[in-house]
Design a protein around this ligand. Structure first.
Ligand code: UGA
Length: 414
């Protein structure tokens, strides 16, 4: 068993720390936020993620996981140091590296006194030149060679624990010695790690997210065209995806992709490529895709009075509303002076921090009661029975997933 430290307790840090502790490693989670430290040490995650709470509780009770503000001691006691801090977007679309630099500096200052073959691993999503620059930066502080490895994270929010326990692939890039150490961290997994160069491992993450985002924008372009011409988009996409070379995953049309990753990562890669036209088009399509729901609504109704919006998270299964198309939709409806009622099984509190002029509801029934139109931008399973509560027209963002029996609108792609 190995001694691991994780810097940063967002989705990636908390979930990885809990999963590795459940596999028997001794894990310390470092953060600068004292409330997170207290919460983890009392066995409670600070994010909603299916299966995370029992995992953290068991690991803390078993003494396998603890959280601390004391990064010095944590680094001194560790064999492998994972950096999982956020890399948000700057206003120009590039990535904000302040947290990465600050953590790298702190790690460097401790390693100066106690290198003993510790390996520094980047899990944060960073462009290929970043781990190379950070390696130089840390080595300048320590005045000795440091093993730096890139081990990108592919977990999905809402399915994070399962993705982490059963990864599709494990990518480890860097110098041979460092790679061998990180391979041991994942010895419990049946997946054979893919070994690459340091920079290649960083780019794999951006390339994967950008490809999946491209698939979604493509599906949306085809579906919008179908809506325009009165074709059944669901049928076209389903049959197209029967080709093994294409496959149905991430080919679901809807109100556009959101979340803390796809928009940020495609933007960052496009920027680093000096404005690549394909990636620019993917983002351009996505920016206004939520409006397709409004266009469809206007075909069947005047869009006035009271509207209900079911689902506010950026996708089902999460309380995260970052870059959520549903939030963009609600803001647009409010701007049109409609009375807007909103409901989400998990994300209502986070959403209400972003919204004003709307009525938050506690249930599907309360939200749709007397509504003139019901929008379902996020296909939470509990919205399947919405028809029991209201006869109003239902405009769905993800026609491939739910509600095909709920409301059929002529030739449109519902
Ligand atoms: C995404 C990737 O799927 C993960 O592999 C990656 O680790 C993560 O970003 C990250 O970079 O950290 P996530 O943002 O959690 O994961 O969510 P996804 O399930 O990928 O969905 C992203 C967005 O695309 C959501 O808004 C979703 O509703 C939308 N989507 C997804 C579609 O509109 N259509 C689809 O067919 C699939």
């Amino acid at each position: 068993m190995m001694r691991l430290v994780y810097f940063g307790s967002g989705y990636v840090g908390q979930v990885n720390a809990a999963v590795q502790a459940s596999k028997g490693h001794d894990v310390v989670l470092v953060d600068v936020d004292e409330s997170i430290i207290k919460s983890i040490n009392s066995g409670k995650p600070t994010i909603y993620e299916k299966g995370l709470e029992p995992l953290i509780k068991q690991a803390v009770d078993a003494g396998k996981l603890k959280a601390t503000l004391d990064f010095r001691q944590a680094v001194k006691d560790s064999e492998v140091i994972f950096i999982c801090v956020g890399t948000p977007s700057n206003p120009d679309g590039s990535i904000d590296l302040r947290a990465i630099k600050s953590v790298s500096k702190n790690i460097g200052l401790v390693l100066k006194e106690c290198v003993d073959n510790k390996v520094v691993v980047f899990k944060s999503t960073v462009l290929p030149w970043v781990p190379v620059e950070m390696k130089k930066y840390i080595e300048k502080i320590t005045e000795q060679k440091i093993s730096v490895v890139m081990n990108p994270e592919f977990l999905k929010e809402g399915l994070a624990v399962n993705d982490c326990l059963n990864p599709d692939s494990i990518v480890i890039g860097g110098d041979l010695e460092g790679v061998e150490v990180v391979k041991r961290v994942y010895e419990w997994s049946s997946v054979k790690p893919s070994i690459t160069g340091l920079k290649e491992a960083s780019l794999v993450k951006y390339a994967k997210n950008s490809f999946l985002a491209t698939k979604i924008s493509f599906a949306n372009v085809i579906a919008n065209y179908c809506d325009e011409c009165g074709l059944n988009a669901k049928e076209v996409l389903r049959v197209m995806a029967e080709d093994e070379r294409i496959n149905p995953r991430f080919l679901r049309n809807g109100p556009g992709f959101g979340g803390s990753c796809f928009p940020k990562d495609v933007n960052a890669l496009m920027n680093d490529m000096k404005g690549d036209l394909l990636l620019k088009a993917v983002l351009d399509v996505n920016r206004d895709q939520y409006k397709q729901m409004i266009r469809l609504a206007e075909r069947v109704t005047k869009l006035e009075g009271t509207v209900a919006v079911l689902g506010l998270a950026f996708k089902p299964g999460t309380d995260d509303v970052r870059e959520s198309p549903a939030i963009k939709l609600v803001k647009e409806l409010v701007n049109r002076d409609l009375k807007v009622r909103v409901y989400d099984p998990q994300a209502i509190d986070n959403a209400m921090k972003e919204l004003s002029g709307v009525t938050p509801c506690q249930s599907v029934g309360e939200c749709v009661q007397d509504a003139d139109v019901i929008f379902i931008p996020v296909p939470w399973p509990e919205f399947n029975n919405v028809r029991e509560y209201s006869p109003a027209p239902i405009i769905q963002g993800h026609p491939l997933i739910i509600g095909l029996n709920v409301f059929t609108l002529g030739a449109f792609s519902f």
